[in-house]
Design a binder for this molecule. Structure first.
Ligand code: PMP
Length: 293
């Protein structure tokens, strides 16, 4: 039985309940983060919380705790569950309101933290890689619901996930309305080309989340002398690259061997993907906020 942090208290899972009038549930009005801890340390905690506060600011939602109090609440939740390697979900909703949309009628935001064991993709998948499909649903427009906001409204991503599964793929590639590649349903995407020794990823303004893992990988690649650029990419660029991989807190770094039936590079994990996986793993073991002091 998990122990959940809910509005200032640690409660058993069966007591962790929110109102059916919570606008997080009624309208997807809220923001969240998915964070990892490795070996008793929370990885990039401050970066995740800064992104949470930015998402909240954009939707004019006041997070009921300061960054440092929220950090402490997360560590407390991990300790209550005696976790070392965990997946942490932090959710802030608009709170309880009436059946209308008006967020001003929601007087007190709901904040909960779930810390649980991490369920990874099976190890074989990291050997074999992923086969991806481009999905018909386009990524939310930056001018409508900016994908840089990590909001509770994930229906765009869920539709894309359904379409990917309908095409027998575990992940789907989102294009924006101009036809440029943006990201996947829950991960950022990178391509590597031997020619020029270049690692490319779509810019956030094309319609992607500014992934914490994405930022780490870009930094690690630069440290390895690889050229890194944020660039508008088409499916052609993906098909003709030497390596493709996805990044995310849950998936970490996973290579892609096929996209829409086209084999990528030699159809196996590439040299640069393997190098970045190794460097990323070292970083996760070395860095982070200690849970048990
Ligand atoms: N894009 C989307 C749509 C996501 O939901 C996620 C996971 N939070 C990512 C990218 C990867 O972001 P991060 O590396 O911060 O987990």
């Amino acid at each position: 039985m998990l122990k959940i942090y809910l509005n200032g208290k640690i409660v058993p899972e069966e007591e962790a309940k929110v109102s059916v009038f919570d606008h997080g549930l009624l309208y997807g009005d809220g923001v969240f983060e998915g964070i990892r801890s490795y070996n008793g340390r929370v990885f990039k905690l401050n970066e995740h919380l800064c992104r949470l506060f930015k998402s909240a600011k954009v939707i004019m939602l006041k997070v009921p705790l300061s960054i440092s109090d929220l950090e402490e609440a997360i560590l407390k939740t991990l300790r209550a569950n005696k976790l070392h390697d965990a997946y942490i979900r932090v959710v802030v909703t608009r709170g309880k309101g009436d059946l209308g949309l008006d967020p001003l009628k929601c007087l007190s935001p709901t904040l909960f933290i779930i810390a649980s064991k991490i369920e990874l993709y099976p190890a074989e998948l990291y050997e074999k890689g992923l086969s991806l499909a481009t999905v018909p649903t386009r990524r939310n427009e930056v001018e409508a619901l900016n994908p840089a906001i990590k909001s509770l409204n994930y229906l765009n991503n869920i539709l894309a996930k359904i379409e990917a599964r309908n095409s027998n793929a575990l992940e789907g590639i989102f294009l924006n309305s101009q036809g440029y590649v943006t990201e996947c349903t829950g991960d950022n995407i990178f391509i590597y080309t031997e020619k020029g020794n270049l690692l490319l990823t779509p810019p956030v303004y094309s319609g992607a989340l500014e992934g914490i893992t994405r930022n780490c990988v870009m930094k690690l690649a630069k440290e390895e002398g690889i050229g890194v650029e944020e660039k508008l990419l088409t499916r052609y660029d993906l098909f003709c690259s030497d390596e493709v991989f996805l990044t995310g807190s849950a998936a970490e770094i996973i290579h892609v061997y096929k996209i829409d039936g086209r084999v990528i590079g030699e159809g196996k994990r590439g040299r640069v993907t393997e190098l970045l996986q190794k460097k990323f793993k070292e970083l996760t073991q070395r860095e982070g906020t200690q849970i048990y002091k």
